[in-house]
Ligand binder design. Sequence first.
Ligand code: AMP
Length: 545
Amino acid sequence: MFEGTMMDFPLTTGHLLERVRTFFGAGEVVSRQADRSIHRTTYGALYLRASRLANALVRLGIRPGDRVATLSWNHARHLEAYLAVPSMGSVLHTLNLRLHPTELRYIATHAEDKVVLCDRSLLPLLEKFVKDVPTVKHVVVIGDDGEVDASMLDYEKLLAKEPEHFDFPTLDEKSAALICYTSGTTGNPKGVVYSHRSTVLHTMAVCMNDVLGIGEADTVLPVVPMFHANAWGLPYSAVLTGAKLVFPGPHLDAISLLELMAGENVTMAGGVPTIWLGILALLDESPKKWDLSAMRRMAIGGSAAPPSMIEGFAKRHGLEVIHAWGMTEMNPVGTVARLRREHAGASDAEKLAVRSSQGYPVPFVEQRHTSDTGAILPWDGKSMGELEVRGPWVVKGYLGGEGKDRFTADGWFKTGDVVTIDAAGYMRICDRSKDVIKSGGEWISSVDLENALMAHPAVLEAAVFAGRHPKWDERPLAAIVWKKNATATEAELRTHLEGRFPKFWMPDAFIVVEQVPRTSTGKFLKTKLRELYGEMLMKPGVTSP
Ligand code: AMP
């Protein structure tokens, strides 16, 4: 090999920390606190507090490679942990506060967490499992008011005792930086260990103009939780570029978010479709109430963003949605649905179709899809198969060597998403493989049906899932949530769908529900729907088209 003569400079979070202190010390970090008040700090102050936190953790016995867990909402102190823990050579494990205590106990035990930094408001949850996690030596309570139990430590008091200087070590870029567990609905959650290198490369990719496009002039609101897949890398991207950060704390209702967006002149926000459906409904009700003129784009992903929502934001409120796909197993952003030059002359409907696909891969992520027999499928926009990905921020194995069946012999990760890919490389998710509906051997896309149903003016949310059927094996069933003060008849819903899909795709039943059950990360929980309604077609006398 004729070797390059350039430096082997490690890609580590410590660089983000030093950079933000050196260049963006005055940059603002705004958090809404549990009591709804607004807390303001700067990156300069945050750097000093991150240094204090690192000193405190060393004093508590945390060594390189040790796991420090957080059980926290999105706020500045969580960012302190995001910066201090990996940069000191330890590993940040973000616990998902929406999980059941039994799952949290399993995860914290599996990850061998030594310290947990926990929001005061989440102590009731922590107390349900932490005593059963043998590795946990200290609980540190984050939150200003009130005393803490003698068995725990107070975050502020702990930091107050520490010096504002910490010698952040030079680390190997391949070393572990963060851990996040998958939120699968079957089997035990599996640990994904992000390296410094994967985290830094992903952060830079996220900032790219054609990815989420984040720069110093931005004000970024990560609505997506910091306990879920690094909040899509938004906090690190803001730190890298010096963008202002705005955190919503525990207040994720549409009104609180709109207030923050308007009040802080947010230019870029990211979150799952459910949150944005709520925001759109409120904006439609009171279009003039909030001034969102600073907003440049809203990244939506985690589950499929319905085209009617993307269009609704654009047409009725002049707001751009960027649809993105990603996974816990990948740091997490994988594809983004951006228009390209070739779409310049396309009709509005064609552009909407492109923008509501899951998009094409971001640089350094590669995609392919394969059939049941493992054959690589053509990019023809029609052939459906399981999406496989590889790249520098794609997992190569789960913590503890679990889930070996998710990796192919030639080094790709099997995502479990059933997709088509068109000739231009745009990927479309039709289903999760475990949610696929197979009727009489024919495959029906629940995502397409959901998108069409959510375009009906009375429908707020629709989840289509498989019901067991005596003749056809499975038939689609649709769970519907109405918009406020709206309903439609079943016949109207059927008319709305007719002509768009083959007749055999038509759901056998529409079930009106108050709320679609969700996973801990806000995705439709179809296993629950199947459990509740999946047998309804098995009763004698039921026929279907
Ligand atoms: P998680 O690891 O919890 O983030 O879940 C990852 C899964 O969420 C993916 O494998 C997809 O099934 C789903 N997902 C993420 N983004 C999208 C999207 N934009 N459209 C449809 N499904 C998505």
